[in-house]
Write a protein that binds this ligand. Sequence first.
Ligand code: NDP
Ligand code: MG
Length: 384
Amino acid sequence: MSEKKNIAILGSTGSIGTQALDVIRANKDSFTVEVLTGNGNADLLIKQAIEFDPNTVVIADEIKYQYVKDALASHDIKVFAGKKAIAEVVQMDSIDTVLAAIVGYAGLESTLSAINAGKQIALANKETLVVAGDLVTKLAKEKGVNLYPVDSEHSAIFQCLAGEFHNPIEKIYLTASGGPFRGKDKTFLSTVKKEQALKHPNWEMGAKITIDSASLMNKGLEVIEAKWLFGLKPEQIDVIVHPQSIVHSIVQFTDGSMKAQMGLPDMKLPIQYAIGYPNRMKSDFPRFDFIKYPQLTFEPADTKTFRNLALAFEAMNKGGNAPCVLNAANEIAVAAFLKDKIGFLQMSDVVEKCLQTVAHIAKPSYADYVETDKETRRIAEELI
Ligand code: NDP
Ligand code: MG
């Protein structure tokens, strides 16, 4: 008989969080939900708590504390509020694995806290590695913590590496769908509205990552994420556009052989692999059918039109706090685009200007990252 894994889901009310709960609902014998956290969506958090009966829930938005507390009054569930509380509850003894699925920089503190307490991490929150990949991976090593990637491309690389961990990687190819504006030019992009950008051809995701996918910033963040997860040099990472999103990424080894991981685009698969590792749990997800996809195609990424990808490579090459600047500027730019305050192409302008303006720190401490994030947000807001 296998023991159940006790899991904390940070960001349970989001796209990844709700899909993780779908996976857990279908595999009740393998998991116990210990902690659920949300931010603004109190009603969904309450509903999830009633269904999954966790030890603790945390609502990040403190204004909603009383509402959640009252709704769960007749249940034996502890209720806390605020960001600090999330960073505290992840250290509970009863937790084995933390699924880090908060979006953006907001997920950094709780992920670091969980690693500090020696929890295994299923990592969806790519911004954590973009902002402070050196600190996060160093701490994980020190604490004997594994970072299991949830991001589909990184899960693909991780799956290709099974049985190969002693074999050096020559190169990886991260695949990109190209998003809803693949093949479009700058004239077209200068007119697009959030409604168009929010329609991703292959994936249903939260608003921020959907905009990042349309602007190719998502792929840029993933390049930096891959550098840290797999200990790669920048020149070992390439991006290839693959509009069908069937090949999730590719590893090339030093003998020239390549391994790719494939499947229909469904985030439940990488989520399930990350939280179920090392086991592959059975699923009834639809299977890939070659005849329905007679052509899998590949093309180069257009970094002239989609400058964000080039900016991300630039930040990665510069290192230090540059990726932290890139991330913070992008978070502010995406939020402004979602409020119709700036156009689609201006998002790259904000990021580029911040990369030029914020003082470079070659070896940042945690406090430096916090300060860089704050300062970049201030400058980005001013630019908008
Ligand atoms: P969503 O926006 O759908 O969900 C984000 C979650 O984080 C929600 O539970 C939200 O709460 C919570 N949250 C937001 N802000 C805060 C905050 N300040 N403090 C605490 N909690 C907060 O995002 P996704 O699920 O799409 O993405 C989550 C992460 O996973 C991102 O880093 C993304 O890049 C990554 N990822 C997502 C993929 C996807 O398919 N969605 C694929 C690969 C990676 P509430 O909703 O209650 O406000
Ligand atoms: Mg991805």
